[in-house]
Design a protein around this ligand. Structure first.
Ligand code: GLC
Ligand code: CA
Length: 557
């Protein structure tokens, strides 16, 4: 095995394709309406059939579920609703036997307020755990500063027992840990070793840039009050802590790490991922998933040239010492077909595969979110009561209850942006609730499950098969992983045409982001250059100079 390709050091996580599981919504094995680990074990063949290399499991730890497991009560216990530690061990072994690695979610910017550390911390100012969290006295003038929670409202909560305020950059039930306290860092490295010793292959790190707080906790300046993450991610010690974490916890193991880099700019990205610095392997950048958000965070329409420009920018930001990620959805985002594609029945599958072709041919480790591989779409919300997400409920109180936004306008926006679109149950079959549960699901299944489900995908739906083919193609050609990226038509409003090249191999990826046929003068001569993959069947002969509606073609040049 050559050690480098096109200047990049070969690493398994650069060549891997990752599949994210949100356990609450994946598969319920015991009819209580909540997905569980045994359900995942039963569905390993579905995951294996795609050909993915790694599963990222969203939090499976003991939690009171204020934020669906992103509020952890005990980092060494499995959430009772999801099963037992024996189930976890069996899932890990089953995945490993199938040749699939497992990474788990490390949520350590904050814990649950029900974690024993916080239960102790809040009891008195001189409790040994007091300094595990960030407390400030009440000076009688309200909260200690103007910081806002990402989930709306003040980031400070006054606590009964001592009358002091604690900091929570997310929900009140998610107090921020004080990383400047070495004891906290020691606890985190310890719990990481606990899971690594079990055999997990790495971590996705939740809002990891927020762990170091800006000294003195200065007020948010006016210009970023709507985007406080750009202050929260700028603490001075984040890189020291990540380097220490690598030395103390990760180094002896063969791991992959990916940080959720909320608030990190492109210019700051190499500081997190340059392989000479010993911090993270990769981060998630937010540019693609914020393409349709205005300054106020609400939905806005977007244009393909702006979208394409992101990839060129990202490519320029990193040299061969850094490695990017590619993702268009996860448990915090709407469904990719509804958002970037066209979810009308006649274009659903074609446009899902245009997005799959893009995801799986970009430079950067691709992350597939559960359900996208069968073309799941947004949920048609008509009532606030249909949502689960605490963020939506907080915003409803802030905007609708206060009379600032009408219920209709609020719902119209949430139908575009809500995190709950991706959290509805995985659609396995045309059985009730899409075969996710025999009971009552914790969040209703999308009513389109009779048409969109994994059983149908196996028979007639092209999407699952297309994902599997694209993953196999990526695995077969190093240029798909390590090749140079070049956008051939950056200004075209409907076409995305780019190449991936190494010295030995070249591919052209041609994607039509519209339902109309689009002439394209850049397509190669099909006589000389074979089409390696397309989302139109071979019997529908391709036009050498035109891409049909939502057509995707990959040429080997
Ligand atoms: C991350 C998670 C999100 C969670 C938040 C707080 O953004 O992806 O689901 O709500 O962190 O932990
Ligand atoms: Ca269950």
């Amino acid at each position: 095995m050559t050690e480098t390709i096109n200047g990049y050091t070969r690493r398994w996580w650069k060549e891997a394709v990752v599949y994210q599981i949100y356990p609450r919504s994946f598969m319920d094995s015991n009819g209580d309406g909540i997905g569980d680990l045994r359900g995942i074990i039963d569905k390993v063949p579905h995951i294996k059939g795609l050909g993915v290399d790694v599963v990222w499991l969203s939090p499976h730890f003991d939690s009171p579920n204020a934020d669906n497991g992103y509020d952890i009560r005990d980092y060494r216990q499995v959430m009772a609703e999801f099963g037992t530690m024996a189930d976890f061990d069996e899932l890990l072994a089953t995945l490993h036997d199938a040749g699939i690695r497992l990474i788990v979610d490390l949520v350590v910017n904050h814990s649950s307020d029900e974690h024993v550390w916080f239960a102790e911390s809040r009891t008195s100012r001189d409790n040994p755990y007091r300094d595990y969290y960030i407390w400030r006295p009440d000076d009688g003038n309200g909260p200690p500063n103007n910081w806002t929670s990402i989930f709306t409202g003040s980031a400070w909560q006054k606590d009964e027992a001592t009358g002091d305020y604690y900091l929570h950059l997310f929900a009140t039930k998610q107090p921020d840990l004080n990383w400047d306290n070495p004891a906290v860092r020691g606890e985190v490295y310890d719990l990481m070793r606990f899971w690594l010793d079990k055999g997990v292959d790495g971590f996705r790190m939740d809002v990891i840039p927020f762990i170091s707080k800006v000294p003195g906790l200065p007020d948010l300046p006016e210009d970023i009050r709507a985007k406080p993450q750009f202050l929260y991610a700028n603490g001075p010690r984040v890189h020291d802590y990540l380097q220490e974490m690598r030395r103390e916890a990760l180094e002896p193991y063969d791991t992959m790490t990916v940080g959720e880099a909320f608030g990190v700019t492109l210019a700051q990205t190499p500081l997190f991922v340059d392989d000479r610095r010993g911090e993270l392997d990769m981060i998630f950048q937010f540019d693609t998933v914020e393409i349709d958000r205005g300054a106020d965070g609400k939905w806005k329409s977007w244009f393909l040239p702006d979208f394409k420009a992101i990839f060129a920018r990202h490519d320029a930001a990193l040299d061969t010492h850094g490695w990017p990620t590619a993702f268009f959805s996860n448990h915090d985002n709407p469904r990719i077909v509804s958002r970037y594609g066209d979810d009308r029945p006649q274009w659903r599958e074609k446009s899902a595969l245009v997005m799959a072709a893009l995801l799986l041919t970009l430079k950067g480790t691709p992350f597939i979110y559960q359900g996208d591989e069968i073309g799941m779409t947004n949920y048609p919300f008509t009532d606030i009561a249909q949502f689960d997400d605490l963020w939506v409920k907080g915003m409803w109180r802030q905007e609708v209850d206060s009379g600032r936004v009408t219920p209709e306008a609020f719902l119209a926006n949430q139908n575009k942006v809500s995190r709950d679109h991706s959290r509805t149950p995985m659609q396995w079959s045309s059985a009730p609730n899409g075969g996710f549960t025999t009971g009552t699901p914790w969040l209703a299944a999308n009513p389109n499950f009779p048409e969109i489900n994994a059983d149908r995908a196996a028979e007639t739906n092209e999407v699952y098969r297309g994902y599997a083919e694209l993953i196999a193609l990526r695995h077969a050609y190093p240029a798909m992983v390590y090749g140079d990226y070049a956008d051939l038509l950056p200004d075209h409003p409907h076409l995305f045409v780019f190449t991936r090249r190494t010295a030995d191999e070249s591919f052209m990826i041609a994607l039509n982001f519209s339902a109309d046929a689009q002439p394209c003068e850049r397509l190669p001569d099909t006589g000389a250059h074979a089409i390696s993959w397309s989302n139109y069947s071979a019997s529908e002969a391709p036009d050498a100079s035109t891409l049909r509606g939502w057509e995707a073609r990959i040429y080997k040049l």
